[in-house]
Design a protein around this ligand. Structure first.
Ligand code: PXL
Length: 453
């Protein structure tokens, strides 16, 4: 028999576009390995362009759904999102009280991103009066915190006043999300005596639909797994960042957060390491030792949307010349090749479809070979690197790569330089992916061998 995993329930609205509400919540629970259950409170009519209509479910139908789930087994945590109206708020509170569930996260959904009301005015009053006293964590955005507390939040210090009011109303913990304030998005957690701020960098791009639901569900999943509130918020914050970076543009309106991003990324990581291992096996079999420079070679292959060195797989102990062939002293890993990863990340900023790079030795014959293969080439001169950049460790290759691409007008197949003070001259071969990189390397290798004989 399958062992029971942790379970979480979401009580929320249905969004046909799949970006927010129940669907986002369920995906998020799954991404954390938590088994999810869903009770629908309202059917919204919406797509990526906004909410057109709202049809609340009959209160007795919500009650029957909730009862069916509550009698069926233990829930480790509950997330509450859109409730629609006061009758639904009331019955949810009544049932939750009866079952004495402790870990209740309330995302007080009042308006949609497009401004449509998702909770009636009297629903807001009942939420304040009856739902907050059973709430373990309330996760309002700034506007919701203002509406519920009656306090205008203009600056960071207003948050604690609003949070105090909400604690007085009965919620045990308040997390006021700062995503809509100017500057760095900072979330503010308060338990009545202790406060904690969570910082993150603002992710470029416009507004993304479904972030509130996904964030609150991620916290709920962490709480369900037994994590404490601080670690739950921290982990959920990381998760929502990754899910925003992976957001999907599937319609004519807003992009939608993608809670599966971290799972997709991990699956991609696994398949990439397999592909890279296969690639070096081929390079080994083809005895490309003659292409390896004094400082040895490395390969970098970036995840789709790679942003940091940790998103680029490479060989921590490089690819080492061993006579005519090569050896791999240690297996590839993400974050394993700083220099080549710097090149991959820079290339990807110009053309995200070019994700693989390998450095090979430079000589005039090899440049001739690359030209004869009709590869596009660009070069940079290390002596021309601005002093300011040279003093920054690790930035030379980024500068040289960006310089070459700008000069060329596109990402070429080859970027080379003739070295500098204690820097060996080098050729970097650039390709879409690891397989086409191997193809290019082997073309160079074969023609180079021919040229030598
Ligand atoms: O993001 C708030 C929200 C929550 N739940 C549902 C929604 C929306 C916003 O549109 O549709 C169902």
């Amino acid at each position: 028999m399958k062992t029971a995993t942790k379970t979480a329930l979401t009580i929320a609205g249905f969004d046909p576009s799949g970006g927010a509400g129940l669907q986002a919540d369920l995906k998020t629970f799954s991404a954390f390995g938590v088994s999810g259950k869903t009770v629908v409170t309202s059917i919204t009519i919406q797509n990526t362009m906004g909410v057109e209509g709202v049809h609340d479910i009959l209160p007795e139908v919500v009650e029957q759904q909730l009862n069916a789930i509550l009698i069926d087994g233990k829930l480790d945590a509950i997330k509450i999102g859109m409730l629609g109206n006061e009758l639904i708020v009331q019955l949810v509170v009544r049932l939750l009280r009866r079952y004495r569930i402790k870990k209740i996260v309330v995302d007080p959904v009042i308006y949609s991103s497009s401004g449509k009301s998702l909770l009636s005015a009297s629903g807001v009053q009942i939420l304040k009066k009856e739902l907050l006293p059973v709430t373990f964590l309330l996760t309002p955005n700034l506007k919701e915190a203002e509406i519920l507390s009656g306090i205008k939040i203009k600056k960071a210090s207003d948050r604690i006043r609003a949070a105090r009011v909400l604690i007085k109303m009965g919620a045990k913990n308040i997390l006021i999300k700062g995503g809509h304030l100017k500057g760095k998005p900072q979330d503010f957690l308060f338990d009545g005596s202790r406060s904690l701020c969570f910082d993150a960098d603002r992710i470029p791009g416009g507004e993304v639909h479904g972030t509130g639901c996904t964030f609150a569900s991620a916290i709920t999943a962490c709480l369900a797994k037994g994590m404490d509130i601080d670690s739950s918020v921290k982990e959920a914050k990381e998760f929502i960042g990754i899910s925003i970076i992976g957001s999907i543009n599937s319609g004519k309106g807003l992009a939608q957060v993608e809670p599966m991003t971290s799972l997709y990324k991990n699956a991609e990581r696994y398949s990439m390491s397999q592909r890279v291992l296969r690639a070096v096996d081929i390079l080994k079999d083809c005895c490309i030792g003659g292409l390896i420079p004094e400082v040895q070679s490395n390969i970098g292959f970036g995840l789709e949307n790679a942003l940091t060195i940790g998103d680029v797989i490479g060989f921590p102990a490089r690819i080492v010349k061993c006579g005519e062939s090569i050896i791999i002293p240690s297996p590839p890993c993400f974050g394993g090749s700083r220099h080549v990863a710097d090149i991959v990340l820079t290339v990807m900023q110009f053309d995200s479809s070019k994700r693989a790079v390998m450095n090979i030795k430079y000589n005039a014959d090899l440049i001739k070979v690359c030209r004869s293969l009709k590869f596009s080439l660009a070069s940079f001169d290390r002596a021309k690197e601005p002093k300011k950049i040279r003093s920054l460790e690790g930035s030379s290759l980024e500068w040289g790569t960006a310089f070459s691409i700008r000069k060329c007008g596109f990402v070429p197949d080859i970027i080379y330089d003739k070295g500098g003070m204690q820097k060996e001259e080098m050729i970097r071969v650039i390709a879409d992916d690891i397989e086409s990189l191997v193809e290019k390397i082997l073309k160079i290798h074969r023609r180079y061998l021919k040229a030598l004989t």
